[in-house]
Design a protein around this ligand. Structure first.
Ligand SMILES: CC(=O)SCCNC(=O)CCNC(=O)[C@H](O)C(C)(C)COP(=O)(O)OP(=O)(O)OC[C@H]1O[C@@H](n2cnc3c(N)ncnc32)[C@H](O)[C@@H]1OP(=O)(O)O
Ligand SMILES: O=CC(=O)O
Ligand SMILES: [Mg+2]
Length: 529
């Protein structure tokens, strides 16, 4: 089917029946307008990331910025939180897939972050059908018949929050003036165009989660896009509210500044722990003194993760902003009550720690975790919707604490094999169209898989990449393990026959053994879908 597109905008993908309701000339005109106004700045900021990374590779260490001290020392707060976002004790997250959207909205969580990012494989159909699902969800008409079951919304549903793609990702199927548009702008603009007014009419508003930013200047770009979009759609300034994921080590040094840039549009910060760990590995991958232990040993109680979590909490509450905790990757384990109880205990401990520290809520990966997480937050909050008034003057976090990357041991063969196995399994699923999968009873998405593949890269190169039995991790060792782990991943995956797993193994080998470190695994992968 063909559609009319605005001048200069070209779509290089199939327009399936139903897509025309999303890809309207007016909605695409907003994409084109935002692209023309803001794409040069996105490109400048991406170039600035590369330049900063080059300086860090050469030994520079990040610190709090001297030029923005006045913001950190200043007495200011973000705009008052809208009522629909006051209570966020439990936020469920998940890919923007139709059944999961319905299940998540019905899950009993306070809010639901629907995900065009970490848990989504951004193929064309997922992006456009995701937008269709959003239109139906916002209007409460979303329904589905599947496997003899009917899905529709309950009377009371979670508040919807949308996570568009990060600044690094393009939408390659849409070109403006001959160049690919930003994936984030594409996701955001289409959602805003179709839903913002409807959401306002229904008592909430257009709420977003903003991923993977590395600086307050990147937040300023989003803020300027918000202002431009509100003007274009005739919405009052401050209508859009966005929670920023602090999930890069560099953003951890600019939390105040990020809140300040977005202060009219901010809905707080979230501790995106998985990408945060990945970012630490990525940024300091060439530092001979830095090498983290097996992925399973790098937890929220590691000193550098504790410093980050507490600084985020303190910063948010000082600015009247919600502090939302991240995701325990544990999910319910079917058919093994003992293992399940251990997993649930892990989630309970995680949520209890966040709630006791002072967080206002936290993420869960699965509807089966909502009640448990709610119990832990309610134990601390009681009837209160949040605990933003809990200030933490006792918390002092230094740059050195944020950069105190430990534990360094153990690195084990099991940990190495685990990383290879998860990397191949996840990449294979992603190439086949699924961006979030249970592997070895854990939720795996783009962020967790990034940790796995970057650890393998670093262990090969770091002098500290030595197994606990004394063997140095080498490219040859990894190459020898890849076919074995591919076979296991194929046996474990429900669609293990899909050729995407063999392709995933080849990509994993290339990424972990090549000299060049790929900035994001999703960048080369995206060219394959
Ligand atoms: C690092 C980060 O960015 S974290 C944020 C990104 N990650 C996420 O959002 C995680 C999302 N979670 C998921 O995708 C899934 O829970 C998985 C892949 C981890 C596990 O999936 P499954 O093994 O299929 O779960 P399971 O079989 O137990 O599902 C049971 C039911 O719950 C539903 N369900 C599971 N997770 C979710 C979810 N997050 N949202 C909505 N529904 C869900 C399933 O659709 C299924 O529904 P049905 O009974 O009606 O068929
Ligand atoms: O997006 C969340 C994360 O942990 O990464
Ligand atoms: Mg993330």
């Amino acid at each position: 089917m063909t559609i009319t597109t605005p001048p200069g905008l070209e779509i290089r993908a199939e327009i399936k029946p139903g897509y025309e309701q999303i890809l309207t000339p007016e909605a695409l005109a907003l994409v084109a307008d935002l692209t023309r106004r803001f794409e040069p700045r996105r490109q400048e900021l991406l170039a600035a990331r590369i330049e900063r990374a080059r300086r860090i590779d050469a030994g520079e260490r990040p610190d709090f910025l001297p030029e923005t001290r006045y913001i950190r020392d200043g007495d200011w707060k973000i705009a008052p939180i809208p009522q629909a976002l006051e209570c966020r004790r439990v936020e469920i997250t998940g890919p923007v897939e139709r059944k999961m959207v319905i299940n998540a909205l019905n899950s009993g969580a306070d809010s639901y972050m629907t995900d065009f990012e970490d848990s989504n494989s951004p193929n064309w159909d997922n992006q456009v059908t995701g937008q269709i699902n959003m239109v139906d969800a916002v209007r409460r008409t979303i329904s589905l018949e599947q496997n003899g079951k009917r899905y529709q919304l309950n009377d009371k549903v979670a508040t919807l929050v949308v996570r568009p793609r990060g600044w690094h990702l393009d939408e390659k199927h849409v070109l403006v003036d001959g160049k690919r548009v930003s994936g984030g702008i594409f996701d955001f603009a289409l959602f805003m165009f179709h839903n913002a007014k409807e959401q306002l009419a229904r008592g909430a508003g257009p709420y977003f989660y903003l991923p993977k930013m590395e600086s307050h200047l990147e937040a300023r770009l989003w803020n300027d896009i918000f202002i431009a979009t509100q003007e274009a759609l005739g919405l009052p300034r401050g209508t859009i509210r966005a929670t920023v994921l602090i999930e890069t080590i560099l953003a951890a040094f600019e939390m105040d500044e990020i809140l300040y840039e977005l202060r009219e549009h901010s809905a707080g910060l979230n501790a995106g722990r998985w990408d945060y760990i990945f970012s630490c590995i990525k940024k300091f991958k060439l530092d001979k003194d830095f090498c983290l232990a097996d992925r399973a040993k790098v937890t929220m109680t590691a000193p550098f993760m504790r410093a980050y979590a507490l600084l985020l909490l303190k910063t948010c509450h000082k600015r009247g902003a919600p502090a939302i905790g991240g995701m325990a990757a544990l999910i319910p384990i079917k058919n093994d009550p003992e293992k399940n109880e251990i997993a649930m205990g892990g989630v309970r401990t995680d949520k209890a720690r966040d709630a006791t520290d002072g967080y206002d809520g936290g993420w869960v990966a699965h509807p089966g975790l909502v009640e448990l997480a709610m119990t832990e937050f309610t134990k601390v909050l009681g009837e209160r919707p949040n605990q933003i008034d809990k200030l933490r003057p006792d918390v002092e976090v230094t740059a050195a604490q944020l950069l105190d990357f430990k534990p360094e041991t153990p690195i084990t063969e099991a940990g190495l094999r685990y990383n290879i196995n998860v990397g191949i399994h996840y990449l294979g699923a992603w190439l086949a169209g699924n961006g979030c999968v249970p592997i070895h009873n854990l939720m795996e998405d783009a962020a967790t898989a990034e940790i796995s593949r970057s650890q393998v890269w670093q262990w090969i190169r770091s002098p500290k990449g030595v197994l606990d039995d004394g063997r140095k991790v080498t490219a040859e060792m990894v190459r020898a393990m890849i076919p074995e782990e591919l076979a296991k991943a194929k046996a474990d995956a429900p669609n293990g026959d899909n050729p995407s797993y063999a392709r995933a193994a080849a990509i994993f080998e290339e990424m972990s053994t090549s000299e060049q470190f790929a900035e994001f695994l999703t960048l080369p992968l995206y060219e394959e879908i």
